[in-house]
Design a protein around this ligand. Sequence first.
Ligand SMILES: NC(=O)c1ccc[n+]([C@@H]2O[C@H](COP(=O)([O-])OP(=O)(O)OC[C@H]3O[C@@H](n4cnc5c(N)ncnc54)[C@H](OP(=O)(O)O)[C@@H]3O)[C@@H](O)[C@H]2O)c1
Length: 244
Amino acid sequence: MNASFDIAHKTALVTGANRGIGKAILTSLVQHGAKKVYAAVRSLDSAQPLVEIFGDTVIPLELDMTKPETITAAAAVATDVELVVNNAGVLTQTNALSSKVFDHLAYEMEVNVYGLIRVAQAFAPALKENGGGAFVQINSVASLKSFPGIATYSASKAAAYSITQGLRETLANQNTIVLSVHPGPIETDMATNAGMLEGVESPTVVADGLVAALKVGNPHLFPDTLARNVWHAYEGFAKAMIES
Ligand SMILES: NC(=O)c1ccc[n+]([C@@H]2O[C@H](COP(=O)([O-])OP(=O)(O)OC[C@H]3O[C@@H](n4cnc5c(N)ncnc54)[C@H](OP(=O)(O)O)[C@@H]3O)[C@@H](O)[C@H]2O)c1
């Protein structure tokens, strides 16, 4: 049986919690009974509306994925964390033949991959200290299938998924469960700016799906309609090669 994690009465931290999917995740964690949620954001002001809604259940913390010192400083404060959701991410619309390809790939790798590694390294000791808990990484269907107009983003999300797989086995040694989340098009600024207007679904399907997946201990979550179609094709490989 998979290990599981119930958010009720627990303390969590969400990166990029101020808007989009991260805001929906923070909201769902509070609604499902979290004791405290650290909103880890680039600008503390951007988390103020969440404090106004949820009061002192939400603690804003400065965290910039590209500034390692802010990540270690956040980890030094959030020593009671039992769930870390690494959600912050960036997307440029860059194909492989673009003149900007190296700059844009470097930027997406910096935030989406190096940032993930920095967050995992900074918070793993607290998760261990607090009994194991859970680590969630927001990946993408683009972790599995490259989309040519967002080729560099797809490459960064494939790399992030690879790191997530490694973390799953490494963190198992300290009883931390790892969940890899792979949304399709979700209605946020990122999707709108990338021109994804058709077939987008609400960020709440990701957020509520995440809470439910943790509760049953699933290692993967494909939360929306498009993502579930990808999972249908991928599930056999994932069960045989990744989850085993
Ligand atoms: N929307 C989709 O269709 C979709 C699909 C699959 C996966 N995802 C993934 O879901 C996650 C959230 O995406 P979203 O759609 O909610 O995007 P979004 O609306 O653009 O929000 C991005 C979030 O990441 C934060 N962020 C960006 N750069 C950062 C940095 N250097 N340090 C700290 N925080 C930073 C932003 O903070 P600021 O407000 O300060 O910029 C914001 O909170 C991302 O990992 C994305 O790749 C999204």
